[in-house]
Design a protein around this ligand. Sequence first.
Ligand code: SF4
Length: 169
Amino acid sequence: MAKLRVAGIIPESVVDGPGFRYTAFTQGCRHNCKGCHNPQTHDFSGGYDVDTDDLLAEMLEDPLIRGMTFSGGDPFEQPAPLADLARKAHEAGKDVMVYTGYTYEQLLARAQEDPATDALLRQTDILIDGPFILERRNVELRFRGSDNQRVIDVPQSLSRGEVVTFEFE
Ligand code: SF4
């Protein structure tokens, strides 16, 4: 059990990654991207607390759910409870997709100093990285807002030591 600050939960989403997904919108973001669609998630004192085990239990009640998505806000502002939740989701056979305003390289650097960041990265299957850049907005892109953002296969990237990206079909 771990406490997580969220802006909201969508128990069955089809717009936050492949398949049906249980999506947690975390509360708190420092990036202030121009044109952000979720400005109510920025304030670290906003939102409400949940118990990550309750989220897991709710997700597991729905057999259609393929995986969990952490969106925001920026999930990497709360890496410890999310790493624990992602590990349990994996143990239950679900995949984990994470959105962040940080770049993969910034997270790798932070992971050297911060075990929780390292743990969440290692529990992430798909990372959508980087800030939303309004001038690079592209509505054709699946599951991301601007073309600077990458769809990263994190396990492959960590094992090869280079960024491995792919496109959703
Ligand atoms: S990282 Fe996401 S939530 Fe944060 S300001 Fe940028 S678009 Fe908004």
